[in-house]
Design a binder for this molecule. Sequence first.
Ligand code: NAP
Length: 438
Amino acid sequence: MLHIAIIGSGPAGYYTAEAVQKQWGENARVDIFDRLPVPYGLIRTGVAPDHQSIKGVSRRYEAVALSDTVRFLGNVTVGVDVSIAELEELYDAVVLATGAPNDKALDSPGEELGNVYGSAAFVGWYNGHPAFAALDPDLSGGDAVVIGNGNVALDVARILAKQPGEFVGSDIVGHALDLLAGSSLTRVTILGRRGPHQIAMTPKELGELAHLNRAAPRVDPKDFPPEADDVLLEPGQRKSVTHLRSFAAIPESFRADHPFEVAFDFFAAPRRLNGENGRVMSIEIERTRLDDAGRAVGTGEFYTIPASLVVACIGYQTSPIPGVPFDEAAGRFANDDGRILPGLYCVGWARRGPSGTIGTNRPDGFGVVEKIAEDVGQGGGKEGGEGFDALADTRGLKLVRFSDWQKIDEAEVKRAREGAPREKFVAVDEMIEVAGKA
Ligand code: NAP
């Protein structure tokens, strides 16, 4: 029997468990650990609450979780409750599927001002992640600035631009919905340090901006390269740019009915955040141009725009774990195609950084299982889950099993507001109590 520990119950973790099942069937046992008492990682607390169809993938993970060879062990922080070395003693392979939960630093003066957030924190706030539920951003000003031209920037801009009625059917948490309902924002500026051809936004997500109740996107036609250059783009990117061109052509009559503006400011690199009484008020921007390698370089032209709220959506990095080799520059574990060392592996964003879709994690899981097979063959022979349970007992850990999560799930569904799929619990203590583990 092969015993495998997977740390992290998001997409990368569950796809790896699925790959283990396909490779070894009944001959392998998998324990999936999570520091939260609830599973699914980014599906629960990263994917936008108004993108419920994407969240539907968790049903596939549930099927894996309910099989006899896989266990969920929530409320266990690896590196605190149990060390990697201890897990390596107990399991034939330890796979880190811990994602990239920390914001990359903006490295601009003023970043520490009040009402300036990274996207991990801000997205975590409206998605009810226990670490960020108390964020309480101030939405009483008029101008939000979102930094970055990826899909997370789009998510944040869209959530800020929506009216409460547009969240029907979403699982946005009550505290965020209440605050958004009282928001005074009238404009979100999305800053891109490069141009329309260099965006990292995908067409479907970009297209949504044209269908909001009170908001309209705005793009300055002067920012585009000649239209003939669009054919040089790969098809997905071309579609995205076509959306941007259509935003630039939105007639004023439509804007009159959609006074909330989502304005794209391209070739715009944030250089300094200015504040008053510790709170951000404006952002100084340097106009950029592309160099021959396609990088943004400053032109020396500066301007300042108002900013009562700033959300930097510029990418994430993995949390280091004591004793595990880490690639500081790349912000992820040092690894060779998923192998950190024989017996210790990583998958998903912890392996390759924060890129790709949820589905990109599936081949990752299968790839790492090949590496495990090379290293341990059909071998095995370690204690596995029984050994961990004994250790957890001696440490008094309150393990949350999948059946306990099902109680939390049921309670969340039961207390949902009308039209919502669930109302999440946002405090770990509350989750533990509902799970009957207090
Ligand atoms: P991303 O796609 O890597 O985009 C990051 C953006 O930040 C880029 O436009 C980048 O510009 C910019 N940036 C980085 N450092 C900057 C700086 N110092 N100053 C100004 N701009 C800076 O990252 P993401 O949006 O966080 O998304 C992460 C992954 O999740 C992506 O693969 C994304 O597609 C995926 N995701 C998908 C969905 C969906 O499918 N609905 C939703 C959310 C996220 P440069 O290009 O110039 O570096």
